[in-house]
Design a protein. Structure first.
Length: 404
């Protein structure tokens, strides 16, 4: 390997989750390039928000690249850039089977192209349509050589839907910083003080986008059921990630002031690790697709049991129901019942908490994630690349697990 280009599908400084991945990708590349980051380049379709704040401030090798751009000028420009910097490996985020600029990447000298996905690449299809999809992959040879997914459920969308051979896929789950996310009873009161929540209430926590697919309306319906139908007063929902106007829009569906008193919107914050430590459990109530999310790993690392929609990818966040509970996607009644069951069984909740923190600390750390990314790229790029001595992939329970 002489040089690597990491292509992001979104603009710079997009969000917390993307920022964490940028850091992981940078560290992966640093290991592969033997600490010589002068051979590393990052590309974005837009940098109107400036240089990424999550990358080292002295790193400066950025370029604008939108792989969807069909213009000859864009193609010639990226081909010249690839040739000038002798880039032979591209690591792309959410790069599909074919895009207009791919042939220019290859023409410029790219030998290996790896695409990283945190989302489904396709719906799942039957054998006939899948065969057509396989033919489409064959007819577009300039695209990625290998695809990395964050969960088995997401990888299955490539194999069972997009027609990509299983041998060209790997699973590398996300990892968490264990020095930041961990249980600490000494910080239990922090979230109660920050949001002025009565101490007798059990806090259920969600952080993420407020789009409908993420299931926030399901959380609000469950809140209404808890207060009005089940007559429970010992709970609080804390939801982070809302932007201006989101809270008002979503709370419009909650007509009772008594219910709204149990719902807290906290916006975007950088103290999630401290907030987690006073929470009783985490909730992800997605109704559309979802993968093994960063928030699911972070909450468990902090000792929070999880209540999760039973969806492919997302369900992989817990293990044998020992660190959480699954409920049917979109079912507010089932979610409310799961919340009550957990509140009424503190011993079970505490056992889940201990197992959750241990599972993440031993299998889903940032170091394990980076080592597994490095191992996949070494496997894909082969012995012709100038790599450092091999790092063996570390076991997380699903890394490179063969598809059933």
């Amino acid at each position: 390997m002489h040089a690597m280009l990491i292509i992001l599908h979104c603009e710079s400084n997009t969000s917390y989750a993307i920022g964490t991945l940028e850091q992981r990708f940078f560290e992966m590349a640093r290991v592969l390039l033997n600490d010589d980051v002068s051979r590393l380049h990052f590309g974005y379709p837009s940098m109107l928000k400036g240089k990424p704040e999550t990358l080292p401030p002295d790193f400066s090798q950025y370029l604008l690249i939108d792989t969807c751009d069909p213009s000859p000028e864009a193609g010639r420009a990226i081909q010249r850039y690839i040739e000038e910097h002798r880039i032979d490996v591209v690591f792309g985020f959410d790069q599909p089977v074919h895009r207009p600029l791919y042939r220019h990447l290859r023409a410029g000298g790219v030998k290996h192209f790896i695409s990283y996905w945190g989302a489904p690449i396709s719906s799942v299809f039957g054998p006939i349509k899948r065969l057509l999809k396989k033919m489409d992959v064959v007819l577009h040879p300039h695209g990625p050589d290998h695809y990395i997914f964050e969960s088995v459920g997401m990888r299955d969308t490539a194999v069972l839907g997009r027609g990509i051979a299983a041998a060209r896929t790997s699973v590398v789950p996300l990892g968490v910083d264990p020095d930041r996310f961990y249980p600490d009873a000494g910080d239990r009161d922090y979230i109660y003080q920050i949001f002025d929540i009565p101490r007798e209430r059990h806090i259920f926590f969600y952080s993420g986008h407020m789009e409908t697919r993420k299931g926030v309306p399901v959380l609000l319906r469950a809140a209404v059921l808890l207060k009005q139908k089940l007559a429970r007063h010992d709970w609080q929902l804390v939801l982070l990630g809302d932007q201006p106007g989101d809270a008002e829009r979503l709370l419009a569906s909650v007509p009772s002031a008594a219910v709204r008193d149990h719902i807290t919107f906290g916006g975007y914050r950088n103290d999630l690790h401290l907030l987690h430590r006073g929470c009783y459990a985490g909730i992800i109530a997605s109704t559309g697709w979802d993968s093994l999310t960063a928030s699911a790993i972070e909450m468990q690392a902090s000792g929070l049991p999880l209540l999760l929609s039973d969806l492919p990818g997302l369900r992989e966040a817990i293990e044998n129901h020992s660190t959480g509970t699954l409920f049917p996607a979109g079912d507010a009644h089932a979610l409310a019942a799961a919340m009550v069951s957990l509140m009424d069984n503190p011993a079970q909740r505490n056992a889940m908490s201990t197992l959750a923190a241990h599972r993440i600390k031993t299998g889903f750390t940032a170091d394990i994630q980076v080592n597994n990314l490095v191992a996949v790229l070494r496997q894909v790029c082969g012995p012709d690349s100038a790599y450092a001595p091999s790092i063996a992939p570390q076991e997380t329970g699903i890394w490179n697990q063969p598809r059933p």
